[in-house]
Ligand binder design. Structure first.
Ligand code: AMP
Ligand code: MG
Length: 554
């Protein structure tokens, strides 16, 4: 598929909120670069692919692009940063956001990291196409790193081009903001800019490379440090730099733990384990599947990071992976995510041994991961079912039965939980026959099989059991429903919706992206005018590229 470049006539997709109107522009903000100022950098400044030693980063400027053009802007993110929507799509802000110039205080760099990819140590990886510009000092003194993804080659680019295509950039822009509005820890995005240049990609890995429009996303996070930043230092026995990076991360991002010491390193690891477990609970809650949980894609702050071939569980299937590259082993499928996170934490623990020689301390962190995940999952499931808690007599059977009925015929997970809140709890439930009861959930079924005798009877029996259990909790019907709807989103950034926004934008139509951004700001609210965005994936999208599964090509 070849896409045309977005038309320069487009307006910037923006969620108009009056609040940013009075803010200064991006170019007037204050910038700092503490990562560069406080940590050892690469003394070599040649921007050629190479192995870097004894450094946390390499100073490198983004490579300018021919025609920077601002395509989309997150006003919610801008409000946090305290900056106003740029007046022009092609002005100085667009130049900064596409990587054509840096502002005073910025010291652009590419981070050095390694990682375990698909279970194997991959050596040096690093920011091969992402360049951090600096930290914007926001109102209240909060600092946010601005990082451009697709900003050109760095010493970590290996044989690749340092660029990103519009389709994957739009997916990251849209989904990271959607995750934020779902209440899930994540890196965020301020803008999406077209470069005016083409990028060649073999989208299906089938030997047919084709040019596509290039783009740059401006990502935002307190820090983009990953597990892999520590792993590469440990792998090369650069223990002094390892300690300095740990001290920096603790001092700047885990200040509540106090001054770094051997004991604090252990507490810090335990906190990373806690946050990672909490993140897994959240991904499982909404059916988010990251798709490439390599250790270089695991945030030290417990954020969702690096949106690539991610997807949302549609038909409930714990074995589902959105990443076609992952298909042989399904290492990164929905159901494996918690155990992979734990495996990744073990790799991080190995890298921290030089700082925490008492292995038991690190083992305790891993135990805390398990405990936090178990407790968090039970809480999350209770919330999703609208129960005060799970642990009553018969609850194990109720939960076991839930996953059985979810998996017995192809059932959309998001819709199932959302519609479950519509099952009547009053006397009506007792007079409804099986077909009527199951019919409440009909919009979640991908086939009529759910209404054939056996699955229908099984689901109806489970629903009756569920109603009895909810009644025992004693909440009013309204409270029960409100509680469920506050944790079971109605709208998620399904791949086929993102693909529709990509296809439209490639033809110069930004309205699809604009609408999605508005709707996904309030994913738990009923927005009747947008009900069609809360339907199950249409059948035409089942096997269409980008609409269900994706390759890593981006
Ligand atoms: P990812 O699979 O996106 O997490 O990337 C894994 C590694 O490949 C990281 O070191 C990336 O910086 C690098 N990488 C991915 N795509 C590109 C690209 N187009 N140019 C340079 N490096 C890339
Ligand atoms: Mg990555």
């Amino acid at each position: 598929m070849t896409m045309t470049s977005p038309s320069p006539k487009q307006k910037v997709v923006q969620i108009a909120l009056a609040a940013t109107k009075a803010s200064p522009g991006l170019c007037d903000a204050v910038y700092e670069s503490r990562f560069v100022d406080e940590l050892p950098g690469d003394p070599v400044t040649d921007n050629v692919p190479r192995q870097v030693r004894n450094a946390c980063y390499t100073r490198v400027d983004p490579t300018p692009v021919t025609k920077p053009l601002l395509l989309a802007w997150s006003d919610d993110m801008a409000r946090v940063l305290g900056v106003a929507l740029p007046k022009s799509q092609k002005g100085l802000e667009a130049s900064v956001l596409a990587g054509n110039c840096a502002l005073p205080g910025m010291k652009p760099y590419a981070a050095r990291y390694g990682g375990h990819q698909f279970g194997h140590w991959a050596g040096q990886l690093g920011d091969g196409r992402a360049i951090t510009l600096g930290e914007l000092v926001a109102p209240g003194g909060w600092r946010h790193e601005l990082q451009l993804k697709g900003a050109g080659k760095t010493p970590y680019s290996r044989t690749a081009d340092g660029r990103a295509v519009l389709r994957s950039s739009l997916r990251e822009f849209l989904c990271s903001e959607a995750m934020f509005h779902l209440g899930i820890p994540t890196t965020r995005a301020l803008s999406l800019a077209a470069t005016g240049e083409e990028v060649v990609r073999d989208m299906f890995y089938d030997g047919n490379p084709a040019p596509e429009p290039g783009a740059v996303v401006c990502r935002v996070a307190p820090s983009f440090v990953r597990f892999g930043n520590f792993e590469i230092l440990a792998a090369h026995k650069e223990h002094d730099v390892l300690r300095r990076l740990a001290d920096y991360v603790i001092t700047r991002h885990f200040a509540e733990l106090g001054a770094p010491s051997e004991a604090v390193y252990g507490q810090w690891f335990a906190e990373i384990c806690r946050r990672t477990a909490a993140l897994m609970v959240e991904w499982m809650r909404v059916g988010f599947v990251h798709g490439v949980m390599n250790t270089d894609n695991m945030s030290i702050l417990g954020l969702t990071i690096d949106y690539g071939p991610y997807g949302w569980l549609e038909g409930y299937d714990p074995q589902w992976t959105p990443n076609t590259t992952d298909l042989p082993g399904r290492r990164y499928c929905y159901g494996n995510q918690p155990s992979v996170a734990q495996w990744n934490l073990v790799q991080l623990a190995n890298a921290l041994v030089p700082l925490v020689p008492d292995i038991k301390v690190l083992e305790e962190g891993i135990r805390i991961f398990g405990e936090t995940f178990e407790q968090g999952s039970a809480r999350m499931l209770a919330d999703k079912l609208g129960l005060q808690f799970i642990g009553d007599e018969g609850d194990d059977e109720l939960v076991g039965g839930l996953f059985e009925v979810l998996g017995q015929t192809e059932t959309d997970m998001t819709l199932f939980y959302r519609l479950l809140a519509d099952v009547p709890l009053d006397g009506a439930a007792d007079t409804m026959d099986d077909a009527a009861l199951v019919n409440v959930l009909r919009r979640s079924f991908y086939s009529d099989e759910a209404f054939s005798a056996e699955p229908r009877a099984k689901l109806a029996a489970w629903l009756r059991r569920y109603v009895t259990r909810v009644r025992r909790d004693g909440a009013t019907a309204e409270a029960h429903r409100a509680r469920m709807n506050s944790v079971n989103p109605k709208y998620v950034a399904r791949n086929y919706l993102a693909q529709q926004a990509i296809d439209a934008l490639a033809k110069g139509d930004d309205s699809v992206l604009a609408r999605l951004m508005v709707v996904l700001r309030n994913p738990y609210d009923d927005q009747p005018a947008h009900d069609e965005l809360a339907e199950r994936r249409p059948e035409w999208a089942r096997h269409k590229a980008g609409c269900s599964a994706l390759s890593c090509s981006s």
